[in-house]
Design a protein around this ligand. Structure first.
Ligand code: 26Q
Length: 819
């Protein structure tokens, strides 16, 4: 019998086959008798999409009927990667699709490789948003993600002669089967112009007359939960020319200009800023921020008004999460709408705003906080500048009552920064209006209270929370490491850990079991084989599977200390070269793998990439060294490359100078995959140690509280071993002598801000401890199993549940069906 609940689409392999062929013929418009892998992928993706759409309709209708409080997650960046495998796994129909395809003569894995990455973000923050969306869907939360639909995602990294070059990532070239353009969900977004005071029924009222209007169009991307029918939506906005604006231009006869204007509108969402550290007062960036915020707020208010007529209920129905300061103009926008358009009056509007916003900060240092020049904001968004001034005025008045006339403190806490360039401190704005402010690991949250936001913490201690980051085990084990997934389920006797990750601790009981260890090693071997093939294809370097695969993949930053890693590799190389030949058999062979992108304008980071290549060139061609040491740089590190690299790693490095990494999430993915960590006590590593014990990873280096003192002590005299390897670089041992000079200066130039010198010895000791452990495969495997077993706390499911319960005040709202 047909049950309406189940929807129209059947998931047996015959139906799936028919479905795929139908899409080949009518969607891809190829003959069902003749189509290639890419066309098969497209048809397959459309067939999956049908199922996602059906589920997302059901979910939305159900949410509408139940009308629960919803959370709106505002993030400027999402690193979704590929969607196909993740979707069919979350829908629970991967095997059926694989069957259907094999009967058609295709292999699921091969077709999955056809998909390009959606790379609408830079690094940690962006991938975190993607993991959190997966958890919100899986845990049945009534949630929406909002973002920007960049036409060019993060640049592609191409390495020529060892140097990074950036190429545009026009990811929409062959269409994007996952998104749906909502031509009827569009909103006008205003820019520039003037604010005029008008009299409305005897009351003064501000009217903003814009100078430019751009239309925002919604593109919906379904996010399926695992083991639930719930499928939530990531709504991304694209810029389109506004007809309103065009008509005027055409009427004045300026046809050419009007067409040029159309182009300009589309520019707003055209490109992602590829820098994850510095903010420059760029107008386009600010335009993007407001464009995204304004469209999202209009959409959220429209949805609220469909079911409610009284704004008093707004905070009971809406939670807005600011993912860093990037979307914090939303605060001024909400105020503008409530005051100027809904005429609620300032106090009532402010009361509502303060109940709906919460704010996550991902930065560690004051320099990482976003500031917007007042002049820029005033010209682009004149009314918002007035509103921000008003918020600040009222806040400072209140503050004076609380703390008196402590002008230093008042000026530190002010939303407006006086100075050469008068600016808006976006973090201060976000803190003042948010009911909750959180850091992304325990140490980070403590640092916020003790340093960055000390003044605010003293004023409002109850606002500050900690939400340690997590990653989704669906993507980082189930999708990317299917053999490990099967092994875990076999030993735990259940697949329930995929939704209830704490069950992974059950593996602890078998960590010393020789049978599990044997199977565990096999899985690692197969993943290393896959990675070795990829390395050979990318770089031509053949690597030995018996070697320890030692990986550091993440954005290139001085504070992340890829340079420390490379200097350590030079030291290892130097030792092997200078060792008696008879001693070499004692060396534990290593394959050092480094990967990551440098921001295009970040010179030192680019030099680090070049140094890595120069050192690799020397080592990999040295027959003295052979398989004892290899160094490879993996180009264009992105989500799908990570899915290949992480399962194949034996050891991974998270070696930031203590106090600089807010959390770090890469480490959690490696941990889940049974990779051992070599790390400093920074960010979330501190909590990882709490879970798995210091015996199961290799810690080294200065601790957070030691860093300031060490910085004062830095002397021009480097520790001997560090000085020696730097000298090799300076002397041109790896070529490019002059080019590397400024890079060497950062270490031995008298400042050594990131403390490579003072941590060097301890780094080498940790590396030696890792060698020693690797030489005992059973011991190593036991540590590896215990790493996976202790990784449950670092699931984004835990993080999201915590946000839902302690910050957003929302509850699951699950579509009633079995799957
Ligand atoms: C800001 C203004 C203008 C242009 C770009 C930006 C910008 C964009 C991205 C600033 C920062 C970012 C990204 C920051 C980021 O990824 N931070 C990382 O967030 C992770 C998730 O919380 C943490 O694990 C990392 O420790 C943190 O570095």
């Amino acid at each position: 019998m047909f049950r309406l609940m189940d929807g129209f689409l059947k998931n047996d392999s015959i139906s799936l086959q028919q479905d795929i062929l139908r899409h080949v013929e009518y969607t891809v418009a190829r003959s069902r008798f003749n189509f290639d892998d890419f066309e098969a992928y497209q048809a397959l993706a459309h067939s999956v999409r049908d199922r996602l759409i059906e589920r997302s309709h059901d979910t939305q209708l159900y949410f509408k009927r139940k009308d629960p409080k919803r959370v709106y997650f505002l993030s400027f960046e999402y690193l979704m990667g590929r969607s196909l495998s993740n979707s069919v796994i979350n829908l629970g129909i991967r095997d059926q699709y694989a069957d259907a395809l094999s009967q058609l003569g295709f292999e699921f894995e091969v077709l999955a490789e056809q998909e390009g990455d959606a790379a609408l973000g830079n690094g940690g923050l962006a991938r975190l948003s993607a993991c959190q969306m997966d958890s919100m869907a899986t845990l049945d939360y009534p949630a929406w993600g909002y973002g920007l639909r960049y036409e060019y995602g993060l640049f592609r990294q191409v390495i020529l002669d060892g140097f990074q070059h950036e190429q545009p990532d026009f990811w929409l070239n062959f269409g994007n089967p996952w998104e749906t353009e909502r031509v009827h969900v569009t909103y006008p977004v205003k820019f520039y112009g003037v604010v005029e005071e008008e009299n409305l029924n005897g009351e003064k009222c501000n009217v903003w007359i814009p100078g430019e209007v751009v239309e925002a169009v919604a593109y919906d991307n379904p996010i399926p939960g695992y083991g639930t029918r719930n499928t939530i939506t990531l709504r991304l906005w694209a810029g389109k020319p506004s007809d309103q604006h065009d008509m005027e231009a055409y009427n004045t006869g300026d046809y050419i200009n009007a067409v040029v204007c159309r182009q300009k509108a589309e520019n707003i969402s055209s490109v992602l800023y590829p820098d994850d550290r510095s903010f420059q007062g760029k107008e386009l960036r600010l335009k993007q921020q407001y464009f995204f915020v304004s469209a999202s707020i209009q959409d959220i208010i429209r949805r609220f008004k469909e079911a409610h007529s009284n704004f008093d209920e707004f905070p009971e129905k809406v939670a807005l999460q600011l993912n860093d300061t990037h979307p914090s103009l939303a605060i001024a926008e909400v105020m503008r709408v409530l005051v100027d358009k809904e005429h609620l009056g300032w106090n009532k509007a402010w009361d509502i705003a303060c109940k709906i916003f919460s704010f996550t900060i991902h930065a560690v240092i004051a320099e990482g906080l976003e500031k917007i020049p007042v002049d820029l904001l005033g010209s682009l968004l004149p009314r918002h500048l007035q509103i921000i001034y008003e918020i600040n005025f009222k806040f400072v008045e209140e503050l004076k009552k609380r703390i008196g006339l402590d002008y230093n403190r008042l000026s530190r806490m002010s939303i407006i920064e006086e100075g050469a360039v008068k600016s808006i401190r976006m973090a201060n704005l976000a803190i003042v209006c948010s009911h909750t402010v959180n850091g992304v690991s325990k140490v980070h949250s403590e640092l916020l209270k003790a340093k960055l936001f000390k003044d605010f913490y003293e004023l409002w201690p109850q606002k500050f929370q900690c939400k340690t980051n997590g990653v989704t085990q669906r993507r980082w084990i189930v999708v990317s490491n299917p053999s490990l997934c099967a092994l875990i389920s076999k030993w735990l006797g259940t697949e329930a850990w995929i939704r209830d990750v704490d069950l992974l601790t059950g593996l602890r009981a078998y960590a010393a079991d020789p049978d599990l260890q044997q199977e565990w090693m096999m899985v690692k071997k197969v993943n290393k084989m896959r990675l070795a093939e990829y390395i050979e294809a990318m770089s031509g370097v053949k690597v030995s599977l018996d070697a320890m695969f030692d990986v550091q993949t993440k954005r290139i930053h001085e504070y992340k200390r890829q340079l420390l890693n490379i200097l350590g590799i030079i030291h290892r190389y130097d030792c092997i070269k200078n060792m008696e030949k008879s001693q070499r058999s004692k060396v534990v062979p290593r394959v050092c793998i480094i990967g990551g992108k440098a921001a295009p304008g970040y010179e030192i980071a680019k030099k680090i990439i070049k140094l890595c290549h120069a050192v690799a060139e020397k080592i990999n061609n040295d027959t003295d060294v052979g398989d004892l040491l290899k160094l490879v740089f993996i180009p264009d590190y992105n989500v799908s490359v990570a899915e290949l690299v992480i399962p194949g790693a034996d050891l991974s490095q998270h070696i930031s100078t203590a106090g600089h990494e807010a959390s770090g999430t890469g480490s959690m993915k490696f941990l889940m995959n049974g990779c051992l960590l070599l790390a400093t006590e920074d960010g979330s590593t501190v909590e990882i140690v709490e879970e798995i014990g210091a015996d199961n990873l290799f810690l080294f280096g200065a601790k957070i509280h030691e860093v300031p003192k060490l910085r004062e002590e830095v002397s021009p005299k480097m520790p001997l071993q560090c000085a020696r390897v730097i000298r090799m670089v300076r002397d041109g041992y790896f070529g490019f002598k002059d080019y590397f000079e400024s890079l060497c200066d950062t270490v031995d130039g008298g400042k050594d801000f990131y403390l490579l010198g003072s941590d060097f010895q301890s780094y080498l000791e940790a590396q030696a401890a890792a060698d020693k452990a690797f030489a005992d495969p059973n011991k190593w495997t036991q540590m590896s199993i215990l790493s996976t077993a202790g990784s449950g706390r670092f699931s984004s499911d835990r993080t999201i549940r915590d946000y839902a319960e302690k910050t957003w005040g929302i509850e699951p709202c699950r579509f009633p069906s079995d799957g």
